[in-house]
Design a protein around this ligand. Sequence first.
Ligand code: HEM
Length: 521
Amino acid sequence: MVLMMVPLVGSVSVSEVLVALTTACLVYLLVRYFSAELPEGLRRLPGPRALPIIGNVLEVGGRPYLSLTAMRKRYGDVFQIQLGMRPVVVLSGLETVRQALVRQGEEFSSRPDLYSFRFINEGKSLTFSTDGAGVWRARRKLAYNALRSFSTLKGTTPEYSCMLEEHICKEAADLIQQLHGVMEADGNFDPYRHIVVSVANVICGMCFGRRYNHNDQELVGLVTLSHEFGEVASNGNPADFIPALRFLPSKAMKRFVDVNIRFITFVQKIVSEHYASFDKDNIRDITDSLINHCEDRKLDENSNIQVSDEKIVGIVNDLFGAGFDTVATALSWSVMYMVAYPELQERLHQELKRKVDLDRTPRLSDKQHLPFLEAFILESFRHSSFLPFTIPHCTSKDTSLNGYFIPKDTCVFINQWQINHDPEQWTDPSSFNPDRFLSADGTEVNKLLGEKVMMFGMGKRRCIGEVIARNEVFLFLAILVQKLQFLALPGQPVDLTPEYGLTMKHKRCHIKAIVRTRDDQ
Ligand code: HEM
């Protein structure tokens, strides 16, 4: 957002429109500053001094997770910046964030009315929209129950403990075939490009009861567009913070709108097909179960929260959207860490060999016997912190935190990256060291420490796909580590610098994989 805002501001600084705007903003800020009353006993939020119109955009820069972490050292766990004309409160520190999102959860669990969020799922997103508490809660419960039922459903054969396990095992086996094929054809591959299709197939299986070929242009085109989405959705776009800018052309915003239209068109086509073939006695997937809920609800005259059919069936957009890029990014980072640290990759393989054997496919139940893999995943989450901020929150009423007054409707950023790299919590936070999560003899994972890694948010808005996501990352990785060895290409060192976005990716690159045979174990 910040990167996009700077050139835009520069290109129109000479126009009359902005001169008028500057004056209006200055007046607005001055009036706001002097008129804001402070309740007795509470302090004004600390924070850097803001420039007119652009606020603190220049200081925040292109890597807000780093600059806002640095500002926390100066201003503490709760401080305020100004993004354009919008004040934003930034929260850091595990205990402060827990206080806000859990103990004061009711006050901190709304979403801000950001212009760009209106284009996501046509403004009806469960995740991004400003639905009132009642509607949001009802939709969230529906989404949570649908996800739980369709992931824990019995597999089609007894060898699988549940449908989620079945989907993952089949997709992981197919991914290995794919990678083998690409290695034979090209000698290298882009890990994210292939992983994202396999992961998307797992969520497509649950949501739509179907899977796509790795070369299906419609799906591949869609799931590889997440960069365009994340660039704007990470923490808005310039027009979210300087309202007048929404009337000026913006390439990034246009791409963002286009991605959202493509996305919704893709899902709506599938939903229409589901309506056409819907059979109440044969609920095939999450889409069917949501359609069924609409039918049932029409019979229930006592339901007091009114949610439109569109908003109910539209939940499937959120589940599909949230379900592939996040997990694929997590897996892609894990693969890159294995490439960067071959000795850790070997330890992972040896653990699998000892605890699972190489002849049978790992299962979800193997998790408890693979502490090093669990520690490795925790460290990949912590170190990459690929979701550096939660989705922006907003205060639902005037409140206070750590003695500071925060007015109603204030946009709140939660800095997960800071929590995961806080030197007060983590020894040598910048080094990649899975052993930090293991007991001295390496046989047990320190669960308490593991819970301090913040990747899924906290409290009322905590991710509803967390269990599924953790299971997916574990099982995909276990199967990949068992069957493949990942390596850097000669002369191409691994670059683990994250590229900023809603989900931060490592630089797109090519690596190679060797299929492990019994002889070279
Ligand atoms: C490693 C993978 C994942 C990570 C790191 C992750 C992380 C997050 C985070 C940080 C939030 C925002 C929390 C907040 O605003 O405070 C979130 C929200 C959400 N996630 Fe996930 N997520 C992952 C996978 C999934 C999956 C697989 C699904 C569903 C299939 C999912 C569904 C959702 C939904 C629907 C929300 C919005 C909840 C709400 O606004 O009430 N996520 N997730």
